[in-house]
Design a protein around this ligand. Sequence first.
Ligand SMILES: Nc1ncnc2c1ncn2[C@@H]1O[C@H](COP(=O)(O)OP(=O)(O)OP(=O)(O)O)[C@@H](O)[C@H]1O
Ligand SMILES: [Mg+2]
Length: 335
Amino acid sequence: MPITALDIGSQSIKIVVAKDSKHQQIIKAIETPNKLGLVIPKTDQEAMQMAEVIANLFHDYKLEQTDVRLSLPEQIVTSKVIEVPYLSDAELASAIGWQAEQNIPIPKNDLSLQYQVIQKPEKKTPNSTMKVLLVGSRKSIIERINNIFLNIGIEATLLETQIFSVIRSLDIESSDPETIIVQMGASGNDIAVTANGMFEFVFNSKTGSNLIDAAIAQSFNLDLKQAAEYKINYGLDPTQLEGKLALLINPIIDNLLIDLQKTMRFFNQNKPEQKIKRIVLSGGPAALKGLVEKMSQSLGVEVLLAAPFAKAKGLIPEQNHVSFSVCMGLIARIL
Ligand SMILES: Nc1ncnc2c1ncn2[C@@H]1O[C@H](COP(=O)(O)OP(=O)(O)OP(=O)(O)O)[C@@H](O)[C@H]1O
Ligand SMILES: [Mg+2]
């Protein structure tokens, strides 16, 4: 059955339709502006507007409705790996509510909790512990999103927090080096770490690419659309526009670099025997000219762009591959 994956971002909506999860045969890959600029509707009126936009997308692009998968922005989800004493499945099930209360800052009556054991020793010994991934989201918001789709006759088969989709799209294995994954967006960046092939932690940094557009617009007296075009055309290239554009963008990227340095230090403090060895960039803003070079020079680790279509076949888009990591991760999940 074909799968339709939707990544509704504040700037642009990304859609991938694929034949199935396993073969990743792409039927369509679409990127279109989000004219509402909304990701999570706050009022009934916004929900109605969003339903209309989505209904139009399904109609205009003739999208399949059999298996529709959605991504959730990190801001409405809290993901945390906790270490607990060795417990049986039943013991864990009864202890998990209390663990969530301690670790997830969402009121109990609005919490929708999922958990997964990600590391467990073969046998119980006196001091043995296991690792559990907790993912808590706000029930009220999930319901609102689900209802938007139900109103246009679509029952979503999967709602997943975007960083997990991105990690899946990267196909990370246990032999891979310690990695920072940056899912970049217009409104902010999600910064996650994987080690030994497993998710460690994630946090949201507010240094989104909107800040760059705003700085260019103000300084060059342009509207935001023109400013974004300047940014896309010239990026950090110091030989363009007498280096004036690079001068504006560099301080914003420096803030992201500070967040990445903090992440590297935090990881190293918790795991002194391990070190971050590479950074993978994903999302539209990752394509900024000169970004990979600047980042690898100042942080001294390998920096790569995500390649979400590495294993895909069929109608792979010609450009902007980094924009589609979330969708490709949703496609790759075997339900
Ligand atoms: N080649 C490029 N160079 C620099 N920036 C780019 C390039 N291509 C796209 N962008 C920028 O990426 C941003 C859009 O990226 P994306 O679609 O990932 O954001 P979004 O998902 O809508 O945002 P969010 O997830 O924060 O809601 C825009 O700011 C756009 O200008
Ligand atoms: Mg996004």
